[in-house]
Every structure is written in C-alpha cells, then in structure tokens.
Ligand binder design. Structure first.
Ligand SMILES: NC(=O)C1=CN([C@@H]2O[C@H](COP(=O)(O)OP(=O)(O)OC[C@H]3O[C@@H](n4cnc5c(N)ncnc54)[C@H](O)[C@@H]3O)[C@@H](O)[C@H]2O)C=CC1
Ligand SMILES: O=C(O)C(=O)CO
Length: 365
C-alpha cells in the first residue's frame, strides 16, 4: 500500500531479498502515482539526459511529462542537470552522466534514476538510497553483445588488426615478410577473467570455442561456471602471472579502482595482453603506458578509459600495441534498443507504483 503525503503518493519501504551478487539485505522502494491538490492526476515529470529516439520519448509521454537534452554529441552540462534534478520525478540517464551526492541532494521530488546501462558507478547510489530514490539499471540484455565486443577486442589486440589495417591504408604493404605483424595465438592459450559475472562468463564461454584454458578471479567462487565452462578459480596473483590474456569484466568500485596497477602489470607475462571492457578506472593508465612502452606486457585492448571521451593526443594512442575503442561494448542496434526500452519501462513501472524489474540494491559495504 502506498502512503499519501501532501497530495503526493509517498514511498513505501519494503524488505528485498538478497541482491544478485549475494550482498546483504537492503531496503527497496516502491513509488506511487501523484495527485494535485484538487485531485487531478498530475503526470510525473521525467528528464532525459540524452537525445533519445521518438519511440522512447513517445512511450514515456503516454504517462509522463518529458523533456530532454537535445544535443546528441554533447553531454548535458552539470548546471542543467542540477536544475532539472531539482524539479524532476524521474531521471533517465546514461553511463557518461555523473550523478554525485551534491546533485542528488538537490532533488526535491525525485523518485527514480533510471540508467540505460548495467554499470552504475556514475551514480552515488548511497546518496540516492538515503533520499529514498530508486536507481534502476539494465543488466542482462547487453551481456552477449558486450562479450562479443570484448572477445573482438581480445582478437584484434592479439593478432594486431589495427596495425594491419593501417599498413594497407598507408600503402605500406610490400613483399610477404615471414615475421611481419606476427601476433599472439588465441587458441589453446590461457584466458584470465577478473570479474566472473554475466559478461565475464559470456566471454569465458567464447574462449572455450577457441580451446582456451579459462581461469577466473571473482568476489566469490562460481561453481556453476566451473562446471559448465570448465573455468578454474585462482587467486588474483596466479591469474596475473599465468594468463596469456587478462580480461577485466568487474564493475568499477572502490575495490576495483586500479586493480590493474603497476604491481599487477609487473606480475603479468611479457607476452600477455590486457583487455578492459569494464570501466577505465579499473586500470592505472600511467602504469599501463609504461608497461606497454617498455615491453613488460605485449599489448592492450581497451574499450574504456579513465576520462572519457579521450582525444587523439592521449598517451596510450601513441603506442602501436594499443587497440582502442570508444566505449562501444553494448553498441549493437538490437541491444541498444532493448536497453533504451528497459530504462524507460523502469520509470513507468516506478510511477505506476510497481517495483521496477532491475533495481540496484544498495551494497552492504
Ligand atoms: N564496455 C561496455 O560498453 C560495457 C561495460 N560494462 C561493464 O561491465 C561490468 C560488468 O557487468 P556484468 O557482467 O553485467 O556485471 P555482474 O555484476 O554480472 O558481474 C560483475 C562480477 O564482478 C565481480 N566482482 C566485483 N568486484 C570484484 C572484485 N573486487 N574482484 C573480482 N571480482 C569482482 C562480481 O562478483 C561479479 O561476479 C559493468 O559493471 C560495467 O562496468 C557493461 C556493459 C557494457
Ligand atoms: O551498460 C554499461 O555499463 C555500459 O558501459 C554501456 O552499455
């Protein structure tokens, strides 16, 4: 049952079950619809931080008042978002919109932040929970697509595809040279996954097709993955020291900040390749630059960076053994549509007084 507060239906707290990562119980919130003083139904106001296609806007407009940031190439400025967050009932955002505590504290009536992403490190979920604001995200629908891209990055870095493409584009292809652009074998090599969640497992499954030996490190052991994929749990050091490919698919948290630092890079094999499709902050980019420049590891495939977007003068781009992509892990047409609809549905569910399908549960730590 929803509580009526000053003409607004209020927020009802209820106990949730264990979260997906197995962390402790926490409160989930259920939102009701609103009525004006005179009893007229007032549609909730939703602000979209990015220009979304008409199908998504129209879906929301059936039940909400909607406005959005219209400039496709430019993220919404913090001061605009601050103004909107003050008056919005719902925010529809993306990975590249920081929503820190200072912004959340401005919210006067905000009920839900719905991000079109599975990763939510850009949102201060603790601050949101303190204000009884729901945070919803889009897990699952992007898993296989992101795993495809992660594996593509691994293969491109291993077999030096960007250098090969540049060779032809720059008219540098001469005679067939026996050791020209020789790379690393993928088949029968060892793949080390840091963060054996949905995407990590999907990457590992792809590895089995290449007869790779799969090891993983995770917050907890995954017996089903061990049984189904044949993956073996190892401590982080063993993973780093023995893997031919070190693949980061863990979320960005305090614990995973620079999980790949100077020490970790020193532990890796000289022939190893680092693949990062999680968040840029999991890797110390200065240490990575040194390791790649001085040959302490062989190469890197990166879909994410500490400060996105990077520009062409980023030091890592000066290195031929870096394969860099502009955060396109989930960027297939079908998957982006699924994410976009799911994020809209979460808002609508919340305003109807239902619990959104994928609520981020406040971590216990
Ligand atoms: N490049 C891109 O476009 C995309 C990037 N991502 C990133 O991938 C991340 C993972 O997504 P999912 O697999 O859906 O999440 P998930 O929650 O299913 O998996 C994450 C796994 O990492 C583990 N983990 C957490 N902290 C760890 C630590 N300190 N050490 C080792 N393991 C740890 C968890 O136990 C869990 O098994 C997202 O949080 C996001 O940052 C997700 C989608 C697209
Ligand atoms: O979902 C995420 O976390 C992304 O990075 C974009 O799909």
């Amino acid at each position: 049952m929803n509580l009526m507060l000053n003409g607004h239906r209020g927020i009802e707290r209820k106990r949730s079950s264990l979260d997906m990562a197995g962390s402790a119980f926490s409160d989930k919130l259920v939102i009701g619809s609103e009525r004006s003083g005179g009893g007229m139904l007032v549609k909730p106001y939703v602000y979209l931080t990015r220009k979304m296609p008409p199908a998504i806007v129209e879906k929301l407009e059936r039940e909400c008042r909607v406005s959005m940031w219209e400039k496709e190439e430019e993220p919404v400025p913090a001061e605009v978002l601050a103004r909107e967050i003050e008056k919005a009932d719902g925010i529809y955002c993306t990975v590249s919109d920081p929503i820190p505590r200072e912004l959340i504290e401005k919210a006067a009536r905000l009920k839900i932040i719905s991000t079109m992403a599975v990763g939510y490190n850009n949102i201060d979920v603790d601050a949101a929970a303190e204000k009884n604001i729901l945070v919803a995200h889009t897990p699952g629908v992007l898993t296989e697509t992101t795993a495809d891209l992660t594996f593509a990055l691994l293969m491109a870095a291993a077999r030096r595809l960007p250098e090969g493409i540049d060779t032809i584009r720059n008219d540098e292809w001469g005679a067939w040279v026996p050791f020209f652009l020789t790379g690393q074998d993928i088949h029968h090599s060892r793949l080390g996954i840091i963060g054996m969640g949905r995407i990590g497992e999907a990457v590992a499954r792809r590895g089995t097709g290449f007869r790779m030996d799969i090891v993983y490190h995770n917050r907890s052991r995954k017996p089903e993955a061990e049984r189904d994929i044949g993956a073996r749990y190892v401590e982080l050091d063993e993973l780093l020291e023995t893997s031919d490919f070190v693949c980061v698919t863990a979320p960005y948290t305090k614990e995973t900040h620079h999980i790949i630092d100077k020490d970790a890079l020193h532990k890796m094999k000289e022939s190893a390749i680092l693949v990062n499709s999680s968040r840029g902050g999991t890797v110390d980019e200065d240490a990575l630059y040194d390791a790649l420049k001085h040959g302490s590891i062989r190469g890197a495939g990166l879909d994410v960076f500490e400060n996105e977007p990077i520009r062409s003068d980023h030091p890592l781009l000066s290195l031929p053994n870096v394969t860099a992509l502009p955060h396109i892990g989930s960027a297939s047409e079908k998957t982006r549509w699924k994410m976009a609809h799911m994020a809209a549905d979460h808002l609508l569910q919340a305003f109807r007084g239902e619990e959104p399908d994928h609520v981020v549960v406040k971590p216990s730590s």
